[in-house]
Design a binder for this molecule. Structure first.
Ligand code: PLP
Length: 257
């Protein structure tokens, strides 16, 4: 992993992200306090997370269970930190995630609901769950970015709501790459309203990343998941722990996704 970022740089990146959220909320006539910032720390060192906790952030997300458990162990002294999983989860790793008290944003199938519920009961902890929705690719094709197809989402939400140990928080989605995110976020908002009709507590909408958070906030997102705009561009071969130095914010022009 790369060397930790300078705290002053992180503070500046955090200020810029908060300013973007505030501006988007104001433009949409929304209270900025209704939009939570989830920092996606995948590929970045635990010390960057520690620095952001020092700057007031509490919610952090990873997309791989192994990295999540490693970072959580390295930061176990920070008792008010909340972990989230935003990547694919295998059933045999459900217990490890539940044990951390993490919220799972990527629930997309019934068998995973069952595994998480079993783990939550065994561990004796309530686990927050988002149902991930597949909003399709640039041409509307499904399967591009993970999640349950929209037609299956209400039934999946019912299953989460009925599962012991699980709390249905709402819906999560990733907008299609290389396409206008607004129509996709509008479909997500519609689906969220349908789910809320049956589950009034499932008010959360986890949508929007570094490149499209304004569009997500305009469409009603209550959680934005931001990596690049806080930490810089991820190394391309991040899975292989690339030896090359990744680009960090302010060292070069940042790109979004
Ligand atoms: C990596 C990731 C993010 C953050 O993306 P950025 O473009 O770096 O802000 C958000 N959501 C999910 C599901 C991710 O995997």
């Amino acid at each position: 992993m790369p060397a930790p970022l300078d705290t002053e740089r992180l503070a500046e990146a955090l200020r810029l992200v908060r300013a973007r959220i505030d501006a988007a909320a104001s433009a949409a006539g929304r209270d900025p306090a209704g939009v939570a910032l989830l920092a996606v720390s995948k590929t970045w060192p635990a010390e960057d997370v520690r620095a952001l906790v020092g700057l007031g952030l509490r919610d952090f997300a990873e997309n791989r269970v192994q990295e999540l458990t490693g970072k959580a162990a390295a930061l176990a002294d920070l008792t008010d930190l909340r972990w989230h999983l935003v990547g694919q989860l295998q059933r045999n790793k459900a217990a490890a995630v539940v044990r951390l008290g993490a919220t799972v944003h990527s629930v997309d199938r019934l068998r995973l609901v069952e595994a998480l519920s079993r783990a939550a009961e065994q561990e004796g902890r309530q686990t927050g769950v988002f149902v991930q929705v597949d909003l399709g690719g640039p041409e509307g094709e499904l399967g591009a970015r993970g999640g349950a197809v929209p037609a299956e989402v209400p039934a999946l939400a019912d299953a989460v709501a009925a599962a012991p140990g699980l709390q249905l928080r709402g819906l999560m989605a990733v907008a299609p790459r290389d396409a206008d995110p607004a129509p996709a976020f509008a479909r997500l908002a519609e689906l969220s309203a349908r789910v809320r009709a049956d589950h009034p507590g499932a008010t959360a909408v986890s949508a929007g990343m570094s490149g499209d958070l304004q569009a997500a906030v305009a469409a009603g997102a209550t959680v934005v998941r931001v990596g690049t705009a806080l930490f810089g561009s991820r190394p391309i071969a991040s899975r292989e722990e690339s030896a090359t130095d990744p680009v960090r914010p302010h060292e070069s022009h940042q790109h979004h996704r």
